[in-house]
Design a protein around this ligand. Structure first.
Ligand SMILES: [Zn+2]
Ligand SMILES: [Zn+2]
Length: 259
């Protein structure tokens, strides 16, 4: 059972936020910025994120609560993952800035949506698509004793990473690198923004896990989330570390404009 201790419970949830927004783009409170393109449902912008048809560059705004900055190594891995899968000839820019705590932890997804309203500054502009990632100083309200939500993609260009949970998990399982867990979570959640599996991107072959909506059945695939109900684990210490997409998931991405 020693090995069991080394296994990482990789529990990721998907939250659907139905925000067929009533936001008025002309409302002066929005600073004249039209946010509607970034307020769609999860998976709705898969092609726009993957291909260069409508957007030739990507602007990723990482907002972290003070003391919850992701590791450089995680960002570098995440950046490589995006370059591997997307066509963005004009580049992928990742900016980071810190904000103070919302004081609302633990979070339900509606609270994260409220925080995004306040703390997001990057929206699609011209041929640049924007993504917002929040590193929260708390955990998800969905956590239980044996299930930990590490991250959640909740709209077409938005996700939250529960950094406090990742830090705790990393220190409890000595040796599990925080950077590795962060990178695995970032890449997995971005897989959902890409519409995987069958979340906006129609699968080329039948590989959706019938018991875990939005996830892949292939053992070892980045989008495997046996996880979702705490029954599964991803070993990020042994093997190659951060899990990668299997060919079935890559086929899906290629079918809608990805690399
Ligand atoms: Zn997932
Ligand atoms: Zn897969």
């Amino acid at each position: 059972m020693r090995r069991f201790k080394k296994l990482l419970i990789f529990f990721v949830s998907i939250a659907f936020v139905f925000s067929c927004s009533t936001e008025d783009p002309n409302d002066p409170a929005n600073g004249g910025v039209n946010r509607t393109a970034n307020l769609k449902t999860l998976g709705a912008s898969a092609t726009d994120l993957l291909s260069d048809v409508n957007f030739t560059s990507m602007n990723i705004e990482i907002v972290y609560v003070e003391g919850n900055k992701p590791a450089e190594e995680a960002i570098s891995n995440f950046s490589n993952f995006l370059k591997q899968r997307t066509y963005k000839p004009d580049g992928i820019r990742i900016t980071q800035r810190s904000v103070s705590s919302s004081g609302q932890a633990p979070f339900d997804i509606d609270e994260i949506v409220e925080i995004e309203k306040k703390e997001r500054t990057a929206y699609n502009a011209g041929d640049e698509i924007a993504v917002w990632i929040y590193f929260a100083d708390g955990s998800s309200e969905k956590d239980s004793n044996d299930k930990f939500v590490l991250g959640s993609a909740f709209r077409n260009t938005s996700m939250v990473i529960y950094e406090k949970t990742i830090k705790e998990f990393s220190s409890r399982n000595g040796g599990t690198s925080r950077a590795t867990i962060e990178a695995a979570t970032l890449n997995h959640e971005f897989g959902h923004l890409f519409g995987l599996v069958d979340l906006g991107t129609e699968p080329v072959s039948d590989h959706e896990d019938s018991e875990n909506q939005g996830h892949c059945i292939t053992d070892g695939c980045l989008m495997k989330a046996s996880i979702e109900f705490g029954s599964g684990v991803v070993d990020v210490i042994n093997g190659t570390g951060i899990p990668e997409l299997d060919q079935l998931c890559i086929d899906d991405l290629q079918s809608v404009g990805g690399k």
